[in-house]
Design a protein around this ligand. Sequence first.
Ligand code: SF4
Length: 328
Amino acid sequence: MADLALLARTLEDAGEPGFRLGQVWRWLASGADSYELMTDLPATLRDRLSAEVPLSVLAVEREALARDGTEKALFQTGDGRPIEAVLMRYHDGRRSLCLSSQSGCPLTCTFCATGAMRFGRNLTSSEILDQALHFRRKEALNHVVFMGMGEPLLNLDAVLASCERLPDIGVATSNTAISTVGWIPGIERLATEGPRVRLALSLHAAEESLRSELMPVNERYPLADVLDACREWSARRNLPVFVEYLMLAGVNDRYEQAVELAETLIPRELFKVNLIPYNPTDSAFGGSSRTAIAAFKEALEERGLRATIRLTRGRDIDAACGQLAARA
Ligand code: SF4
């Protein structure tokens, strides 16, 4: 997307009426890849915009297509920060886009490739939306998850501003999910502010000490308090909380750990667990076996929890969960 502030200033300088901004945005949101296509704008204005307002604030550095149709784009911001976004294509027609909210991430989860790279900065809402528009120019999109680089709740103003505009791009608010490691002030804000998006919690260990080892943020916001904030969010939004659980071999995949997780996620009907096969990164962890994942799922279900196993996408292009590290 063009820098909306620059676009607004340019339209004002050109003496254009107030409705022009919305007109240009609607074209961009429907996948237009040049001002020339915006045939309901005066030709002189189209020329001026082409000369003065770049269509995107991001430069595409590299694109990769996986065997399963997953596509990853590596972008660079105007000040040279790397970011990545991934489009997952499913057989049932779902087109799910994973967006980044920060370049790098200041939280240093030990299993995460993004956490191991240097933190750059928060992205602007134009930079977030431009990741989506890049893919919208290729095809229609219908789901968005904020699960790429960064902790979205550390950049909540820009993330919410982007969420407000996603329906224009074709992604309903009910198909938009924000994933957090448990940044409580952000969860509290999400309970009352912005569109009614879905909430996903990266939980990964029910035991506080193990969770702190895996995710240092747990020292600041312990899981018990995070879950209280999630319950409150769920009550206010009348939506279930998605729980993401990475399956790490010999670390968090034992039977007793499934039992503890089931006992922690009370009341059960509020939570839906998504077990995520771990993808190899440069970290010291290995992924759990299929058998271990299936047994873990069964242990949760026996205790009344809804659990699914995530399909792994894009492993061969480092586009799967926890693999986004902007390797050029
Ligand atoms: S898992 Fe998320 S919050 Fe943790 S380091 Fe990676 S990007 Fe940051």
